[in-house]
Ligand binder design. Structure first.
Ligand SMILES: [Zn+2]
Length: 78
């Protein structure tokens, strides 16, 4: 399965559950979801092996190397 349909199904299921909840439960659920989103975003940050900066997944060439250092140290050209 591609990542998009996995995400879609996850959110669809969440929405079905969400609609069955009472108002105060809905508010709690939103807060929880918000915190989960923030936490999973935090987990995407990793330290670069060269510059020691914490870099988001989209700014890294692999788990441990940011784009800047990939150009500088590994000769990767964008
Ligand atoms: Zn770096």
């Amino acid at each position: 399965m591609d990542p998009f349909s996995v995400m879609f199904k996850k959110h669809l299921l969440a929405w079905v559950i969400f609609e069955s909840l009472r108002k105060e439960e809905q508010q709690k659920a939103i807060l929880k979801l918000l915190l989960q989103t923030i936490n999973s975003r935090k987990r995407q940050y990793r330290k670069c092996q060269f510059c020691d900066k914490k870099v988001a997944a989209e700014h890294r060439i692999d788990k441990n190397t940011c784009h800047v250092c990939a150009s500088k140290h590994l000769g990767v050209v964008y």
